[in-house]
Design a protein. Structure first.
Length: 135
């Protein structure tokens, strides 16, 4: 039985868990199992269980991974942009520092919960850290 990223039905425990839909559901901050229930309460706190399908979510071990990946992505996106802006427009250093500081903080705040959700979806799909049950 094939599941799409928009499929709202929970996965049976014995089937392989598709990686891309699980990570996409996590990126959207939804339960990686059903895609309907909220994954996070607040900004980064993970729910213990899904309110829709009762999937246990407390097994996750996201730890520092989402923060590291967020820094990696923001750095790789902003560094070339900083170079392009400085080369073409030559803004004052203080203006450039303020502008890119705000951009880095905003992008980091946007990406951090989404990357955390995607990482939890990855762990769920690969049955890592207790997400596999007895399988």
């Amino acid at each position: 039985m094939a599941h799409t990223a928009l499929d709202q039905t929970p996965m049976p425990a014995t089937e392989d868990r598709p990686l891309k839909p699980a990570m996409w559901r996590g990126w959207r901050r939804c339960c990686p199992n059903c895609g309907s229930g909220p994954l996070l309460r607040g900004y980064l706190k993970v729910n213990n269980t899904c309110t829709v399908c009762d999937q246990e979510l407390f097994h996750h071990r996201a730890d520092d991974g989402p923060a590291y990946l967020t820094i990696l992505v923001v750095g790789h996106l902003m560094a070339p942009f900083i170079h392009i802006v400085y080369s073409k427009f030559r803004p004052e250093p203080l203006v450039m520092a303020i502008m890119f500081s705000i951009g880095c903080v905003a992008l980091s705040l946007y990406l951090l919960p989404r990357i955390k959700g995607a990482l939890i979806g990855f762990q769920w799909a690969k049955r890592m850290h207790g997400f596999g049950g007895k399988a």
